[in-house]
Design a protein around this ligand. Structure first.
Ligand SMILES: Nc1nc2c(c(=O)[nH]1)N[C@H]1C(S)=C(S)[C@@H](COP(=O)(O)OP(=O)(O)OC[C@H]3O[C@@H](n4cnc5c(=O)[nH]c(N)nc54)[C@H](O)[C@@H]3O)O[C@H]1N2
Ligand SMILES: Nc1nc2c(c(=O)[nH]1)N[C@H]1C(S)=C(S)[C@@H](COP(=O)(O)OP(=O)(O)OC[C@H]3O[C@@H](n4cnc5c(=O)[nH]c(N)nc54)[C@H](O)[C@@H]3O)O[C@H]1N2
Ligand code: SF4
Ligand SMILES: [Mo]
Length: 885
């Protein structure tokens, strides 16, 4: 038997050198690794799986020898990546065998943050958590339990909402949501009834069509070569090679900007002004598709200028139908009900203001035209710091379609978030770029094995009556109901003040909330009021310092999951398993079950008899859940592994266009879009209804908002553009992805840290000179809320008054007083207070006012040299059998 090369002493040396990371009642952490003798004998197996180093799922061929993963390469069968893998994916092995993995459930024995832990069993951990949850439920109500997750990389994203709904708490949040993707899913769902166009979220799938008719594409606040390098980034390279033109709208000269036909370095946070100008130009220069706009959008419908509501047929005639809309008929010069989809007997006006029976009626088109009127190219140029001629050039490339606007996360991160997404739908619709060959807005079929990319669904109906109105922040910001989510700032307030009720238990299952929450420092005091904080993750992070229980989560190479990519289903299958890590999907199920048992045992007060017994609130094994999900394609998990990947539809059938034109068998009419009018709701009356009732998402009563949501996009100036702030903080800071990291992850990867050891502050050379900064210098960056350091990267690719930096934390300083998150993290500078986006509650992550000055050097204890990271090289582990294999 071969000896383990790493003994307790060398381990301690490593972990002391690592300065780091937590976990660590060291006894027994390293048990002998795979036997060398066996190693020589066993052949290398190649196992098909899928990566989850970011929010994509590139196909992977994992080479496994003696139960250890020894090499990763791309699987050419994966239709979005064609065998490519990025640096994050390739670092999967270092993540899996990292010496500082969370290995066992641990419970705190010292004070919070003292880093003293005791190993406990999973059963004990789940029992302790469930008992505390039930106690809090009894004493304060289920809403005093908060569950949080991460947006990126989470196979159980929707399952967490389901867990909350079943337990009865309306309070779950993730730091993306209103700051990521919800603004877009909300606008696209309500105005179109189909998917958004985010490339990083695996939408805009037309870019993967080898025979696409696309002529141009606009990358608006997204840089695919950084945020989806092996999928969208690769596809764009191929599209350009075929002559597709691109426009990049990004304050930084990122790779997609460098390769674009037109780059518009928009001033951070001013995108909606630019969008309004695009709309105005397209409308006034007649670059729109009139036939499509007339027949397939609600812009010809009449709006009552006083109430802002669309006029219905029953307002013209008591016998009229309340669901039928009204147009201005030019033949009869009167308002007329128009049946769906069209009435050839009528001659509807697209534009116009009409007086009728003492009411002023305007078409949706005219309402929009009035809204965009101030936004000439010159006005937008001034507001967004752009050359009007370049704006025009960009619009003309876009208007020469088929084309589409791929809207990224940038516009989700200011209080103007939903309006930008509304603008994107409007622009795509005005130009007719909807469900046509070559356009980005498409409704392709789905097998639905992983609805919204998550194994478990939300089951909003499980939430007991009366609880929805208690959700923190979602009465004001009703768009949050689409995701069953609370607003982080409202949660923070409750945690701090106990109002409207206290938060007593916090279960958190992502990486480092101190790195990804806006204005992260505001949480420190609040957390002191929470009795039990649980952190489930693959390794300890700054957040673990605030936790009472740590739970070890599986890495993607240890996880079983379903992945749907275009017309195919792939298995992400566990190829290894280390220590006592567990798939969190199973963890939520076990916790739900234990709570249910306890609830039934000591149900003293009138607890809901259906408590946690609702439809599939829990399952006993991953296989049970996977089998359940695969039923829609008549497969089992074992069956899928035999046919991996499984093509559930031939590509030609999957690649459907013009879904809205397909006949609805029930009516014999075209299906239209999935909206109340079956037209694209560019005049967004649906948003007024959302604010008043929570519909279409609320399944329970909620109070109306104080002020109706605006049915049309409006521009909101960046929240820190006021002269009294700019006087002291003259630069604008923004963020964006680093290709080698995913959010707060992988800062402990020795190879990736070697590539990108410390965060770069991108700054224009003239600005740098003004503040005495040179290439490679350390700078202070300061906002109204805090001060951090970054390393200067001088580049002409930034406007003189704009700087860029991304979130960063350092595992090597986690056990120092800074917790590893205060030194270089932009989320010390960002702002989580008002103004918020009205519909979803977005706060300000991008476009905040800062100043810079020279710093003496790097923060103490931070590693920068390649040899520093040696301590994090993969280590032998045990070969704990994976209970799920
Ligand atoms: N200033 C600023 N702040 C931001 C942003 C910004 O651009 N600027 N971006 C925002 C955005 S878009 C988002 S989405 C959020 C991201 O915030 P979070 O998602 O909270 O970030 P992480 O926790 O780093 O990422 C989640 C990680 O969970 C890990 N994971 C994967 N599988 C599992 C599992 O089975 N169990 C567990 N427990 N963990 C797993 C993956 O490594 C994944 O990356 O941050 C937001 N914050
Ligand atoms: N490598 C890597 N990939 C990731 C992630 C990661 O953390 N790392 N996270 C994943 C997640 S959850 C998400 S949401 C996606 C996001 O993916 P993308 O949508 O591509 O988002 P970012 O790269 O954050 O931002 C895109 C660009 O917006 C620019 N930008 C900054 N401010 C503004 C502004 O005010 N207006 C405009 N128009 N542009 C601006 C930035 O310079 C950046 O290049 O990436 C996913 N993929
Ligand atoms: S882009 Fe990179 S990290 Fe993301 S799934 Fe693909 S290989 Fe993995
Ligand atoms: Mo995100």
């Amino acid at each position: 038997m071969a000896k383990c090369t790493l003994n307790r002493r060398t381990f301690l040396k490593v972990s002391v050198a690592a300065g780091a990371a937590a976990a660590l009642d060291a006894d027994g952490l390293f048990v002998p690794a795979a036997e060398a003798a066996e190693g020589a004998a066993e052949e290398t197996k190649i196992v098909k799986t899928c990566c989850r180093g970011c929010i994509q799922n590139c196909g992977v061929l994992a080479h496994v020898r003696n139960g250890r993963v020894v090499k990763l390469e791309g699987n050419p069968e994966y239709p979005m990546s064609h065998g490519a893998l990025c640096a994050k994916g390739l670092s999967g092995i270092t993540a899996l065998y990292h010496p500082n993995r969370n290995k066992y459930p641990l419970i705190r024995v010292g004070k919070r943050g003292e880093n003293k832990w005791k190993r406990i069993s999973w059963k004990e951990a789940i029992d302790t958590i469930a008992k505390k949850m039930m106690e809090v439920r009894e004493k304060y109500g289920a809403e005093s339990v908060l569950v949080t997750t991460g947006g990126g990389g989470n196979p159980a994203f929707r399952g967490i909402a389901r867990f909350c709904n079943a337990f009865g708490t309306p309070n779950f949040y993730e730091p993306g949501c209103a700051q990521c993707y919800l603004p877009r899913t909300l606008a696209f769902d309500m105005m179109y009834g189909g998917p958004d166009t985010s490339i990083a979220d695996e939408k805009s799938r037309e870019i993967y069509n080898p025979n696409t008719k696309m002529k141009s594409i606009v990358l608006w606040g997204t840089d695919s070569s950084y945020s989806s390098p092996a999928t969208g980034g690769l596809a764009l390279v191929e599209l350009r090679a075929k002559g597709v033109k691109t426009v990049s709208i990004d304050p930084r000269f990122v790779p997609e900007a460098a390769r674009a036909d037109v780059w518009l370095p928009v001033r951070p946070g001013t995108d909606v002004a630019l969008m309004l100008a695009w709309m105005r130009f397209i409308m006034t220069e007649k670059l729109y598709d009139e036939d499509f706009v007339m027949h397939w959008t609600n812009l010809p419908y009449l709006v009552d200028a006083a109430t802002k509501m669309l006029v219905r047929a029953d307002e013209l005639d008591p016998k009229g139908d309340e669901k039928t809309y009204v147009v201005w008929d030019r033949k009869t010069k009167s308002p007329k009900a128009i049946r769906y989809p069209w009435d050839d007997a009528l001659d509807p006006a697209l534009a116009g203001t009409f007086e009728w029976n003492g009411r002023t009626l305007k078409t949706g088109w005219t309402m929009l035209a009035e809204r965009v009127e101030p936004w000439t190219l010159e006005a937008a140029g001034k507001e967004c710091d752009l050359d009007p001629k370049r704006i025009e050039e960009a619009i003309r490339i876009y208007a020469d379609g088929p084309s589409g606007i791929a809207l990224g996360v940038a516009t989700d991160q200011t209080p103007n978030s939903v309006q930008a997404a509304m603008g994107c739908v409007i622009l795509n619709a005005l130009t007719g770029n909807v469900e046509r060959p070559g356009s980005l807005m498409q409704r392709n079929p789905t097998s639905n094995v992983v609805p919204a990319g998550s194994l478990a669904t939300r089951c909003s109906y499980l939430l007991p009556k009366g609880q929805l109105a208690k959700r923190l922040g979602s009465n004001e910001h009703k768009g949050l109901i689409q995701w069953d989510a609370a607003q982080p700032t409202a949660v923070l307030e409750a945690m701090l003040t106990g109002k409207p009720y206290p938060i007593k238990v916090w279960l958190e299952r992502s990486g480092n909330k101190m790195a990804v929450n806006g204005q992260a420092q505001s949480w420190v005091e609040a957390m002191k009021n929470v009795d039990l904080i649980v952190h489930m993750y693959m390794y300890p992070t700054s957040f673990s310092n605030y936790a009472d229980i740590l739970l070890p989560a599986t890495e993607w190479l240890e996880t079983n999951m379903l992945v749907e990519s275009l017309n195919m289903i792939f298995a992400r299958q566990a190829v290894a398993h280390v220590w006592e890590t567990e798939d969190e999907t199973l963890f939520w199920s076990k916790l739900a079950k234990r709570c249910a048992e306890l609830g039934n045992e000591n149900c003293k007060r009138a607890c809901d008899p259906a408590f946690m017994k609702g439809d599939l609130a829990y399952w006993d094994s991953m296989e049970e859940l996977l089998d359940q999900r695969l039923k829609t394609v008549n497969l089992t998990w074992k069956g899928l592994l035999e046919h991996n990947p499984y093509e559930y539809l031939p590509y030609e059938k999957w690649n459907t266009y013009g879904v809205y034109l397909e006949k609805d068998p029930k009516t014999g009419l075209p299906k239209g879009f999935r909206t109340p009018s079956k037209k694209l709701e560019l005049y967004g009356e649906v948003f007024i209804t959302l604010g008043r009732t929570g519909k279409p998402y609320a399944l329970d009563e909620v109070p109306p908002v104080k002020k109706d949501y605006d049915p049309l996009p409006y521009y909101l100036k960046p929240s820190e553009a006021a002269p009294e702030i700019v006087k002291d903080f003259p630069l604008v800071l923004t963020n964006g992805r680093i290709p080698v990291y995913h959010h707060g992850t992988l800062r402990n990867s020795p190879f990736l840290r070697e590539i990108y050891p410390v965060p770069e502050l991108w700054i224009n050379p003239a600005t740098a000179a003004k503040y005495g900064l040179a290439q490679g210098d350390w700078a202070w960056i300061e906002s109204l809320r805090g001060k951090i350091r970054g390393k200067c990267r001088l580049t002409e690719g930034m406007a003189p008054d704009v700087v860029y930096m991304e979130r960063f934390w350092t595992p090597e300083t986690v056990n120092t007083p800074t917790g590893g998150w205060q030194e270089m993290n932009v989320n010390v500078l960002t702002k989580n207070t008002a103004p918020f986006n009205d519909m979803v509650g977005t706060y300000t992550l991008r476009g905040i006012a800062v100043r810079v000055s020279k710093a003496p050097g790097k923060p103490e204890g931070v590693w920068e040299k390649p040899e520093d990271f040696k301590a994090w090289l993969p280590q032998p582990t045990d070969r704990t059998p994976n209970p799920q294999l």
